[in-house]
Design a protein around this ligand. Structure first.
Ligand code: HAM
Length: 427
């Protein structure tokens, strides 16, 4: 019986995974410089956590969650995003004690039952950040500049940072009513989806993808013109701080995001190199979510980026150093050599070298072909003659030069010849 993977879900194979590891390593380095620490959150949670935080009327909750009843009758959902779980963990572990700004990051798979297409999967990976415990606009800008710095280190170009403000619990309900009223004049021109949104989530009409609706949306009232004084001041400060860091950005008053928990600053980073699914990253402020889950008042700011989309726009070019290659390929010739090389390989690895071999053995020619294919830095040749003489052959695979090295002082001799950048850690 042949079983294939599920639609919208993919394997990340060796050859590709090195790129992911490289990105993840740079992320960890950058995030820790800004004081962020990793949190591992569960893959599944109680359904209510997501439906309440993301919003009952969002596409994610209405159509996209992988929800099931477990054997004890509990409603469980595979996490469609990470913010809700981080908020749950923050409250559950009283991370607000002692009061301070808690800076967390996470990496891992998310699940949404979306229609698969280029850049859109049903299991996809996110790297996310949440800064919890302050409404200082400096944090908004610090997190956005962290992100842009991360992208710079990855060698990315052609990215655009778009920002907007969605207002707060004071000004948004009034704006929502103004917007609804304006939409009501266009209901028969708008798509069926937008008619549905009008009733339940009118802000989402602003980012409908239907061309005709987009034209109408352009003329609808925007949040930026309906912010209360405090939200306006806050948004002005965000822009002044962004300017001070010389981070390019543009204002996008249609940016409303697909999750309901946002307040004030929202943002997305889009890539000009991607098609329809061009958002690499999205995030913003969510100042009341922790309180909604019975935690103390805790304003927060965060983002999540989509790994598949990010990887697809990184100019990897000829990054050969991303490919994992062994330091040494051990070539054993003859029956006796098998046992000798087995022991040598064990010792070399214990000493920190990465070592490969051809388990099938075979002729010198065929083993050297495998050594070449492995792109190892050196090959170590051990045949009957070498065992008798107590001297093995170490071949530099780049220059082709060969050296005899004594079996009794194998590790040290190899260390001397292997000008390895991290050889000091192998002592
Ligand atoms: P989001 O905009 O839903 O935000 O997702 C963030 C990113 O995940 C998107 O920009 C996109 O790159 C990627 N993504 C989303 N869905 C898919 C998919 N089906 N296939 C591939 N990539 C996808 C959030 O998830 C929020 N939790 C972000 C956040 C954190 N806001 C505050 N803190």
């Amino acid at each position: 019986m042949k079983i294939q993977s599920i639609r919208g879900v993919k394997d990340i194979l060796p050859g590709e995974i090195e790129k992911w590891q490289w990105v993840e390593e740079i992320a960890r380095n950058v995030f820790s410089k800004y004081g962020f620490k990793e949190i591992r959150i569960p893959i599944f949670e109680k359904t209510k956590l997501f439906s309440k935080s993301i919003g009952e009327t969002t596409d994610i909750v209405e159509k996209e969650m992988y929800t099931f009843t477990d054997r004890s009758g509990e409603q469980i959902t595979l996490r469609p995003e990470g913010t809700a779980s981080v908020v749950r963990a923050y409250i559950e572990h009283k991370m607000y004690n002692p009061p301070s700004v808690v800076k967390l990051y996470y990496m891992g798979p998310m699940f949404r039952y979306e229609r698969p297409q280029a850049g859109r999967f049903r299991q996809f990976y996110q790297i996310g950040i949440e800064a919890m415990g302050t409404d200082n606009p400096m944090v908004d800008v610090e997190v956005m500049t962290l992100l842009m710095e991360f992208f710079r280190l990855l060698g990315l170009t052609g990215l655009e940072l778009e920002i907007n403000s969605l207002g707060c619990a004071d000004c948004r309900p009034k704006y929502r009513e103004t917007l609804k009223e304006a939409i009501s004049d266009h209901l028969d021109e708008l798509c069926q989806n937008c008619n549905h949104r009008y009733e339940r989530n009118p802000l989402r009409v602003l980012d409908c993808k239907v061309e005709r609706d987009r034209e109408i949306a352009k003329e609808l009232p925007k949040t930026k013109d309906h912010l209360c004084e405090s939200c306006q001041t806050n948004f002005d400060q965000v822009q002044t701080l962004l300017d001070s860091t010389q981070t390019p950005y543009s204002l996008n008053s249609m940016l409303v995001r697909g999750l309901d928990y946002y307040t004030r600053t929202t943002f997305e980073v889009v890539s000009t190199g991607l098609g329809a699914q061009n958002a690499i990253c999205g995030g913003g402020r969510y100042d009341s979510l922790v309180e909604e889950f019975e935690g103390p008042p805790t304003p927060c700011f965060g983002f999540a980026l989509g790994m598949e989309r990010l990887i697809s726009v990184i100019p990897f070019g000829d990054k050969k150093d991303l490919e994992s290659r062994p330091d040494i390929f051990v070539v054993g010739l003859g029956e006796e050599a098998k046992f000798v090389t087995f022991k040598i390989i064990h010792e070399l690895r214990r000493d920190g070298f990465s070592v490969d071999q051809d388990y099938a053995g075979g002729s010198m020619k065929s083993q050297m072909r495998k050594a070449n294919k492995s792109a190892s830095r050196f090959s170590l040749i051990v045949g009957e003659n070498e065992i008798k003489s107590g001297k093995y052959l170490l071949k530099d695979m780049e220059t082709g030069s060969q050296n005899e090295i004594p079996a009794t002082d194998l590790i040290n001799s190899i260390k001397k010849q292997l000008a390895h950048p991290s050889s000091s850690s192998r002592a």
